[in-house]
Design a protein around this ligand. Structure first.
Ligand SMILES: [Zn+2]
Length: 239
């Protein structure tokens, strides 16, 4: 089964220290990094990878996102001819606030996340970028589908646990007519991180291991926050 990818820009995080992704950059160098959601379709299933931020959780995390994510996501989906109710599967690469803010817009979707990520995101060592995850999980209820490791969700569509950025981080691998395409998530925030692991991946050995597998497989790597993605042929969002 062949899948296709649409990249929807859903806002911009201003003033990110580039040093978090590019080792050796002076700490004062700040960049504005886009956030994206990724729509995957095989013609009959519509799968959304991550749902962007919402204004409230961004404010709580202390990182305001420029742009109305909810509106940009709705417009982007509409541009692909997809209604929110058509999305029957949401995959979360991880549960940081800028990836889970609009789950409530997709009431028919099962929500796939690694069990390890759920555990970490609700534990005491989770760090500042998890915002009210217990409330999110409560709201989703039985729609949450915790998975463990590498799982085929549908023919030609897999999630791959890889850690690196967070203990339960996963990427999504789709089979396309031109080969494997990996929607990386924050294990590869910028294209440069296909070659070098930045400090935003503190579990660097896991990230290195995943990059080695990806290189050997020859997948196209789709980063999560790279401005260059705006020029990708699959990009439909306009931030
Ligand atoms: Zn993250």
């Amino acid at each position: 089964m062949h899948w296709s990818l649409s990249i929807i820009e859903v806002g911009v995080i201003p003033d990110v220290p580039l040093a978090a992704h590019v080792p050796g950059t002076p700490p004062e160098v700040l960049v504005a990094l886009p956030c994206y959601c990724f729509l995957l379709t095989d013609g009959s299933h519509h799968v959304l990878v991550d749902t962007g931020a919402d204004a409230r959780s961004s404010a709580i995390a202390g990182l305001d996102i420029e742009g109305d994510t909810r509106e940009l996501l709705a417009e982007g989906l509409q541009g692909c001819g997809v209604e929110p109710d058509d999305v029957t599967l949401v995959v979360h690469t991880h549960l940081h606030y800028d990836h889970v803010g609009n789950d409530s817009c997709f009431p028919r979707a099962e929500v796939v996340v690694q069990r390890t990520e759920v555990r970490w995101a609700t534990g005491s060592d989770r760090g500042p970028y998890y915002v009210e995850v217990p409330a999110l999980l409560d709201a989703l209820g039985e729609r949450v589908r915790p998975v463990e490791g590498d799982i085929e969700l549908l023919p030609g569509l897999q999630v791959l646990w890889n850690g690196g950025h967070t203990p339960g981080h996963q990427s999504v691998l789709l089979t396309t007519p031109s080969g494997g395409v990996c929607v990386c998530g924050d294990i590869v925030p910028m294209k440069v991180n296909t070659g070098v692991v930045g400090s935003s991946c503190p579990r660097s050995a896991e990230a290195e291991q995943f990059l080695t597998i990806a290189r050997a497989a020859g997948w196209e790597m789709i980063p999560s926050h790279d401005p260059e993605l705006r020029a990708h042929p699959a990009c439909v969002g306009k931030g």
